[in-house]
Design a protein around this ligand. Structure first.
Ligand SMILES: *Cc1c(COP(=O)(O)O)cnc(C)c1O
Length: 238
């Protein structure tokens, strides 16, 4: 069976998000889709763009920069960096993205702020929270989160928007919800502690667990497979 076209899949994904919002008793505008386009060619992003999608998430810097160059004419496209972020990537991320979701260390945040060109708006940042039980060691622990948030709020060229989480995949909706609930609790804790901060973003939920994330308050769901189809396994990537 051929995979659905990008516009068809995007339409279905938007419908799925709307159904999840409605089931959660949340307004239709309460969450939006980040189209995660890693490993997919610029032509497929262009198809999604033509179908109305504006926010795109990329994990691999060189691949992202190539696609940005190919799509440079689309001046209202919004690029989000969601991949692992080391010091040697901060300059390109600061110069070429509107958002970064994977900040977990003060040193990286400081570099991003220092390297953000003054001609651009502040870089929107989500701190990546390590949810317990997660396979990867990425992300800041809940205990260390307030201090990191406070440090970030002092950096002039960053705008702290919220949290990103990447819980271990599970087929069990109750376990999915439990992980997302922990992220929401941490987010609410930050909002209480820093009432002046522009904290409005919970980046959580992917193709396999969107409903659970929306039920727990996600405002930005990161969908790859649901929009662009399956990807080659990690080891097979260029
Ligand atoms: C790949 C990726 C996604 C999208 O995953 P799908 O299961 O294809 O929807 C979301 N977030 C991050 C951080 C990713 O690396």
């Amino acid at each position: 069976m051929p995979e659905a076209s990008v516009p068809q899949s995007l339409h279905a994904a938007n419908q799925r998000l709307q159904n999840a919002l409605q089931a959660a008793g949340r307004p239709a505008q309460a969450a939006r889709i980040l189209a995660v386009s890693k490993t997919k060619p610029a032509a497929m992003l262009r198809q999604a763009y033509d179908a109305g999608q504006r926010a795109f998430g990329e994990n691999y810097l060189q691949e992202a920069l190539e696609k940005q160059a190919q799509l440079a004419a689309l001046d209202d496209i919004e690029w989000h960096f969601i991949g692992a972020l080391q010091s040697n990537k901060t300059r390109d991320v600061a110069e070429h993205f509107a958002w970064v979701h994977s900040v977990e260390r003060e040193k990286i945040a400081r570099r991003l702020s220092d390297q953000r060109p003054p001609t651009l708006a502040p870089l929107n940042v989500c701190l990546q929270l390590n949810v317990s039980g997660e396979a990867s060691k990425a992300g800041v622990d809940a205990e260390a989160l307030p201090a990191l948030a406070e440090a970030l709020l002092g950096l002039p060229n960053l705008r702290l928007r919220g949290l990103m989480a990447l819980p271990a995949p599970s087929d069990d909706p109750a376990r999915q919800r439990e992980a997302f609930r922990a992220v929401r609790v941490a987010f609410e804790g930050l909002r209480t502690r820093f009432p002046e901060a522009p904290l409005d973003t919970l980046s959580m939920g992917m193709s396999g667990d969107l409903e659970a994330a929306v039920a727990e308050g996600a405002t930005l769901v990161r969908l790859g497979t649901a929009i662009f189809g399956s990807r080659p396994p990690v080891g097979a990537r260029p």
